[in-house]
Write a protein that binds this ligand. Structure first.
Ligand code: ATP
Ligand code: MG
Length: 392
């Protein structure tokens, strides 16, 4: 009898130790802060207490994720699902332009030893969602959102979205169901954004559907504000004075064409057609990984994120000519330009351009669009030696 009892107790103890070992694996309290401080010591970044506060929230999530992951392996996901769902929460990090949100999220992502993880720009993710739905409608049957959630969950139990940005109701409705299902399946979502969820809505029809999405997003996420005081992007910028040419004169026009000829090692300017989802975009010229186009061709035509992402996949340098000052009635052009800059910036494409005015004077204050602040900040950083070095 004693030996049976002790054998049971031994097994229980062994099980406990084994689980403790799994839970402890990869779990280092304060890991992210340690990495941050190392970067400060290496003089890669400046110490900012506000960033440390945000990092603490990310560290808390990192620890929860590791514990949940270990428990999942221990007990089998289905049995403990309800308990797990109460543990890991999604995290939504918002704050001003250049405050370091993406940098902090990268720190979290790189140090998260979960194998199935994915970091993706939000535009790219939404494109994939639409492509999947398009394909599903032709070939699949059943609920597309459920199928999509299954596919995503198979690929990632951690999804990191950079620049979460939903302003239209149609996407909000899709994401509402998709996120709910992903959450049920155990995929955790971390997002960075310039706005608090309550400030995402930009007007339009059926605000109640958008509001329902926002309410649920808040319900299942920790909303963390990064309150750093400066746009770090602009602090260490040492401008290389050859990439942003202003104002537009016959001389700057000639400079643009010459830059193209130098970079493309090619004398002739021959139009080049790029096809995206059946649509054609005509560039003034393209050769190898260098393209030349006017602002008009890229931002006045009805193009969107898919088109710009295609360009970032094809070219390492874009020479963009004749960027005008944008006024209130150029809202659509401004939005497209902002999306183009986001895509170029995210994929480290070199931008050489000619513009009517310097970045800070390009947009009329009447254009009420929060994303333009980010565009200005990026346009300045994209001229920096730091950025240009990153792109090589
Ligand atoms: N504490 C810091 N010290 C120095 N540089 C920093 C610091 N934090 C961030 N940076 C740098 O500032 C730039 C902007 O940071 P980051 O891209 O993370 O900002 P962001 O908040 O994501 O901006 P956006 O809202 O435009 O997406 C990056 O080059 C980053 O490496
Ligand atoms: Mg960012």
């Amino acid at each position: 009898m004693t030996s049976v009892l002790s054998s049971i107790m031994f097994k229980k103890l062994l099980h406990k130790w084994q689980s403790a070992a799994v839970i402890g694996e990869g779990l280092h309290p304060g890991l992210l802060e340690k990495c941050y401080r190392e970067k400060v010591e290496d003089k890669q970044i400046d110490y900012d207490p506000a960033q440390i506060e945000a990092l603490k929230a990310l560290q808390k999530l990192l620890e929860k994720l590791l514990i949940d992951n270990a428990q999942r392996q221990k007990t089998g996901f289905n049995k403990s699902r309800a308990a797990l769902l109460r543990q890991s929460r999604n995290l939504y990090l918002f704050g001003g332009v250049g405050f370091g949100k993406s940098m902090l999220m990268d720190l979290f992502y790189e140090n998260c030893p979960i194998e199935k993880k994915r970091r993706v720009h939000f535009h790219t993710f939404m494109l994939e969602v639409h492509e999947f739905s398009h394909h599903w409608r032709k070939t699949g049957n059943g609920d597309v959102i459920l199928a999509l959630a299954e596919a995503i969950n198979k690929q990632a139990s951690l999804l990191c979205f950079d620049e979460f940005h939903v302003i239209d109701v149609a996407n909000a409705v899709i994401l509402d169901r998709l996120f709910r299902r992903l959450y049920e399946l155990g995929t955790v979502i971390v997002s960075t954004s310039n706005r608090h969820p309550d400030d995402l809505y930009q007007g339009g029809i059926t605000p109640e559907l958008f509001q329902a999405f926002i309410e649920r997003l808040k319900e299942v996420s920790d909303i963390v504000e990064l309150t750093a005081e400066k746009d770090y992007r602009l602090i260490h910028v040492k401008i290389a004075n050859t990439v942003y040419n202003t104002p537009i004169t016959p001389e700057t026009r000639a400079i643009m064409e010459n830059r193209y000829r130098e970079l493309a090692h090619c004398v002739q300017l021959k139009p080049c057609v790029v096809t995206v989802l059946g649509r054609e975009i005509t560039l003034a010229a393209a050769h190898g990984d260098v393209a030349l186009s006017s602002f008009k061709a890229l931002c006045e035509a009805p193009l969107g994120p898919a088109d710009y992402l295609k360009l970032t996949g094809l070219f390492k340098t874009l020479i963009l000519t004749d960027i005008p000052r944008l006024r209130a009635d150029n809202h659509d052009e401004a939005k497209r330009f902002s999306t183009l800059i986001d895509a170029l910036y995210f994929h480290n494409v070199v931008l050489i351009c000619s513009a009517e005015a310097p970045p800070k004077e390009l947009f009329d204050s009447e254009i009420n669009a929060f994303f333009l602040k980010r565009t200005v900040s990026r346009l300045i950083e994209m001229q920096s030696e730091q950025y240009l070095n990153r792109t090589r």
